[in-house]
Design a protein around this ligand. Structure first.
Ligand code: ATP
Length: 199
């Protein structure tokens, strides 16, 4: 799997549309303090479906939208797209290139797209589960993450190992099926009650 490009518009300090190309090999982002380096990794986490605003270093989700400067008005929308090369077939879909887009309006409305088709957050999370880029992923190691892993309890560490072992997707599906079974059981009880009343 290879990250090809990150397209950012209106996200945090990126008021103008900015495209970052990741060539083969190592890409280093350098710049003075506060110039927006960490905002790039925040944009990657965000487009992958991050819901915890603390992880994105804000206090409410709206904080990811460009809030303006003395010279520029705030924007009403933030949009990030991540384009991934899938020639290796890391993702179980037919496309050789995958784009994932997340958009958030100041009204709070948010949209997700996979290859420009609207989808749910769940579809994005499912796509990245078990790839290492997922919610419990280990591809983005932020400041303090190593300390966190070393000092985490066995349950927290297990989540990371499960992501690496590729079983998160199956765990999620199991949970979903259990929920559906519970709902069906409830419906059966209700039908039983109705039948009793009618008899
Ligand atoms: P350091 O080297 O100190 O870690 P950095 O280069 O990683 O810094 P970031 O933390 O990525 O910098 O960026 C911080 C900058 O982003 C600050 O100038 C902050 O004002 C700006 N910023 C954050 N959120 C927004 C927003 N919603 N609108 C406009 N600017 C924002």
């Amino acid at each position: 799997m290879h990250l090809k490009r990150l397209e950012i518009f209106g996200f945090k300090s990126f008021a103008d549309k900015t495209n970052l190309e990741f060539k083969n090999g190592i890409t280093a982002i350098v710049g003075p303090n506060g110039s927006g380096k960490s905002n790039v990794s925040d944009a990657i986490k965000w487009v992958l479906g991050e819901q915890k605003i603390k992880t994105l270093r804000g206090s409410k989700m709206e904080d990811v939208i460009f809030s303006g400067t003395e010279a520029r008005k705030p924007l009403g929308v933030a949009e990030v797209s991540l384009i991934i090369d899938n020639h290796s077939g890391s993702f179980p879909i037919e496309y050789s290139e995958i784009s994932v887009t997340r958009r958030l309006y100041r009204s709070g409305e948010s949209e997700y797209y996979i290859n420009k088709s609207p989808c749910r957050l769940k579809d994005v999370l499912d796509l990245f589960a078990d790839t290492g880029l997922g919610k419990e992923g280990y591809s983005i190691i932020g400041q303090g993450k190593i300390d966190h892993i070393v000092s985490s309890n066995s349950q927290e560490r297990r989540l990371l190992i499960e992501e690496a072992a590729g079983i998160v997707k199956f765990k999620n599906r199991k949970l979903e099926s259990q929920r559906k079974l519970e709902k069906t059981q409830d419906n059966l009880y209700r039908i039983g009650d109705i039948i009793l009343e009618l008899e």
